[in-house]
Design a protein around this ligand. Structure first.
Ligand SMILES: [Zn+2]
Length: 192
């Protein structure tokens, strides 16, 4: 599989999209999508391509730079002025996401082991969802709307946690596969 195809595949991944928006806002994905070829761009070129204000492009690039994802190069133009060209480190994006997803996996595993052998209670209006001890402290009534709390089907709950765990593990495996194959040509760019 070619590099550009890998980049495209990676940017279609739901988890990747969510993380990029979290890291650098709604424009992050749009900017990074421009980098599915080996081209590099100046902020002015990106602004023109996306029809977005240059200040927005700059602030998104800065957020990406802060996380080591966007790297720049200063180039002198014909009028002897510096122009900035930005490159995107796809490997870094994947590394950050794998790190975060590994954290999520740990959290789910803890929740799974905590949940085992415990009864959970929930408000029928969905205000709260708490283990037995907390429900007892609430006198089995919702602290928000005062409805009686109902007992949760623990088998179903355990299954939903396991499904979440499997989904995260799948994402991690998929991203690790891409990480092994993807290469960044960021020589000469300032990354941090
Ligand atoms: Zn409630």
């Amino acid at each position: 599989m070619g590099l550009n195809k890998l980049k495209k595949e990676m940017l279609l991944d739901k988890t990747t999209k969510q993380h990029l928006v979290q890291i650098a806002g709604p424009l992050a994905l749009e900017i990074i999508k421009l980098y599915d070829t080996d081209k590099v761009y100046s902020p002015e070129e990106i602004a023109a391509k996306l029809k977005v204000k240059i200040t927005m492009i700059r602030s998104t690039l800065n957020s990406l730079h802060y996380r080591g994802i966007a790297c720049y190069k200063k180039v002198r133009n014909e009028s002897n002025m510096f122009e900035f060209y930005w490159e995107i480190k796809f490997k870094k994006i994947i590394e950050i996401i794998i790190e975060n997803e590994t954290e999520n996996l740990k959290r789910i595993e803890e929740e799974i082991s905590y949940q085992q052998g415990r009864d959970y209670f929930y408000c029928p209006k969905k205000c709260v969802d708490v283990p037995f001890e907390v429900a007892a402290a609430y006198n089995f009534r919702c602290p928000n709307c005062n409805k009686p709390l109902e007992i949760k089907d623990s088998k179903k709950f355990a299954e939903s946690l396991k499904r979440k765990k499997t989904a995260i593990m799948k994402t991690i495996t998929k991203l690790q596969g891409i990480l092994e194959k993807i290469e960044d040509k960021t020589t000469g760019y300032i990354c941090d």
